[in-house]
Design a protein around this ligand. Structure first.
Ligand code: AP5
Ligand code: MG
Length: 214
């Protein structure tokens, strides 16, 4: 049976950080729409050029554009046993689309709960690499300042990590994405963890709750 885990949480909650750890543990691929879109921007593709402005302002990219990326990604061989979603779905349309697509398989939502004040604190110190690794100046520093531990790439600040964009991202999250949690909660298919703890503690809580669900 295919297993799909879907990470929810506000921007900066650590869902990308945790999704990577869980993906390694369960040997499932990670499908991060944010990462895929950033790669499209890097490649200067048509999709990337269209998405760039919306993303840097902290607004969502059109459902149809993101949906096409998901369909393409799910067809790859590595997703044959399931996958871990990070940042999809984010709207009611996306959720209906995904639930329908995965209706024959096991699905579980993982909600990483973090308050807005902590989000602002975290995103200011985040540094990213094009390879998808994420660091934090204080909470998860790279071994060598400004250089990715994994690929040696130069770390950068994401354009959507400026204060105005963070404000918009939080507003958009609360109005469009937070309401989606109700579906998973009501169907008994959600685990919730306190995301304001240390990275490893959050990870251990996720693993413990996953064990109980299985
Ligand atoms: P996306 O890349 O998904 O951004 P996001 O949702 O805003 O979330 P982030 O990646 O900023 O945060 P995160 O929760 O992954 O936290 P992280 O692990 O990095 O999407 C970007 C944009 O793409 C969207 O705004 C939208 O425009 C577009 N997009 C993407 N998907 C879309 C969709 N489905 N539909 C439409 N548009 C879409 O951690 C944050 C920082 O905190 C890091 O520095 C990390 O090291 C640190 N940290 C992590 N955990 C802890 C901890 N426990 N304690 C202390 N520090 C921690
Ligand atoms: Mg992320």
């Amino acid at each position: 049976m295919k297993n799909y885990y879907i990470f929810f949480g506000p921007p900066g909650s650590g869902k990308g950080t945790q999704a990577k750890k869980v993906a390694e543990k369960l040997t499932l691929p990670i499908i991060s729409t944010g990462e895929i879109l950033r790669q499209e921007i890097e490649m200067k593709s048509e999709i990337g050029l269209k998405a760039q402005k919306l993303m840097s302002q902290g607004k969502y990219v059109q459902d149809e554009v993101v949906g096409n990326l998901i369909i393409k990604r799910l067809r790859k061989k590595d997703a044959v046993n399931g996958a871990i979603f990070d940042g999809y779905p984010r709207t009611e349309f996306q959720q209906n689309f995904l639930v329908n697509k995965l209706k024959k398989f096991n699905t579980l939502g993982i909600f990483v709960a973090v308050k807005d004040a902590e989000v602002k604190r975290r995103l200011g110190g985040r540094r990213a690499c094009v390879c998808g690794q994420t660091y934090h100046l204080k909470f998860k520093p790279a071994k060598k300042n400004g250089i990715c531990d994994v690929c040696g790439g130069k770390l950068f600040t994401r354009p959507d990590d400026k204060p105005e964009s963070i404000k918009t991202r939080l507003e958009v999250y609360h109005s469009l994405t937070e309401p989606l949690l109700k579906y998973w909660e009501e169907n008994g298919r959600m685990i919730k963890v306190d995301g304001e703890q240390k990275i490893d503690k959050v990870y251990n809580d996720i693993l413990a709750k996953l064990k109980k669900k299985n």
